[in-house]
Design a protein around this ligand. Structure first.
Ligand code: COA
Length: 281
């Protein structure tokens, strides 16, 4: 059953432990208005710690993933109300992207169509990203006279090689899903007709893994990127020790099934989490 957020601009549905969350303003190409930003935080809150949710997919209704920030409602109308209003709108949008970057459950961006500007915030916030070959990505800010703000410049530099990032930001030309995959914005591009099946398959694989280890792993990948090697080494020891005390059974079960039961090989797949004592995600 599809649910909608308070103002109807986010739709969501949980099917077989996969939460399908959609930007739901197709007539406005899913542009992120302050209302949408508030509703998205509400939906992320609702889903994050539910036992029946193991993976979250962020998709878009209609022909867009998201056309970025809403030029009318996010920029023009908030600016008309002064600096306080602008800062509030920024807090609300950056807030849910930050929430998504550190989300408890693994997250996948399923980029079905247009992805512009501010949309790079949630794109980067998702752990993995898959795009339709037909999708179009653009840092269009330069085309209407601003720099790629709201983290979009940072996302470009984090995900793309320097020359690609510079060209992308300065030229305001769109790239399709396939080029986005080549340049590192997404993991893979597939024909739109195959996109949902691929994302579902990836989500199902993630559902088989130890959820405590997944959260520790996704946080570690984000954290170590700005650390020295020694700092990262130390962080990873402590992060694993923290995960051990939170989930002592999972890793022991993983060792047991490999060493004693010989029922799987960690180099070739994940252990059977259904055989271990129930743990909270
Ligand atoms: N902010 C506000 N409204 C937007 C919007 C945005 N970012 N993107 C689309 N819309 C609105 C349009 O104004 C239009 O509203 P209307 O029906 O009331 O006139 C509606 O969504 C449909 O857009 P339209 O331009 O007719 O759709 P399209 O399919 O022909 O083109 C885009 C799609 C995405 C190429 C085009 O809408 C566009 O360039 N949007 C702006 C993208 C952008 O620069 N975003 C960066 C913001 S940081």
């Amino acid at each position: 059953m599809t649910n909608t957020s308070s103002n109807g601009v986010v739709a969501y549905e949980v099917v077989d432990r996969i939460a399908w969350v959609k930007f739901n303003r197709p007539d406005k190409r899913n542009a992120m208005s302050p209302t949408l930003n508030r509703d998205m935080m509400e939906v992320l809150d609702e889903l994050e710690f539910r036992d029946d949710v193991g993976v979250l997919v962020l998709a878009g209704e209609g022909p867009a993933w998201t056309a970025g920030m809403d030029l009318k409602e996010y920029f023009r109308e908030t600016e008309a109300h002064g600096l306080g209003s602008t800062r509030k709108a920024q807090r609300e949008s950056y807030g849910w992207w930050r929430r998504l970057r550190w989300y408890q459950k693994p997250t996948i961006a399923m980029v079905n169509g247009w992805c512009f500007g501010g949309g790079y915030g949630p794109l980067f916030a998702c752990d993995l990203a898959f795009a339709a070959e037909e999708a179009k990505f653009g840092l269009s800010e330069i085309n209407w006279g601003i720099l790629p703000g709201g983290g979009a410049t940072k996302v470009a530099v984090e995900l793309m090689p320097f020359r690609k990032a510079m060209y992308h930001a300065m030229m305001g030309e769109n790239i399709d899903g396939r080029t986005a995959a080549e340049w590192g914005l997404v993991n893979e591009a597939l024909p739109l007709t195959e996109l949902e099946a691929r994302v579902t398959a990836v989500a199902k694989e993630l559902l088989k893994k130890n959820p405590v280890a997944l959260k520790a792993t996704k946080d570690a990948i984000r954290r170590v990127s700005t650390m020295s090697y020694d700092d990262a080494e130390d962080y990873l020891v402590r992060a694993q020790e923290a995960a051990n005390s939170f989930d002592n059974e999972g890793r022991k079960e993983g060792i047991r099934q490999f060493i004693d039961e010989k029922s799987y090989k960690p180099g070739l797949g994940a252990y059977d989490t259904s055989k271990q004592k129930k743990q909270k995600a």
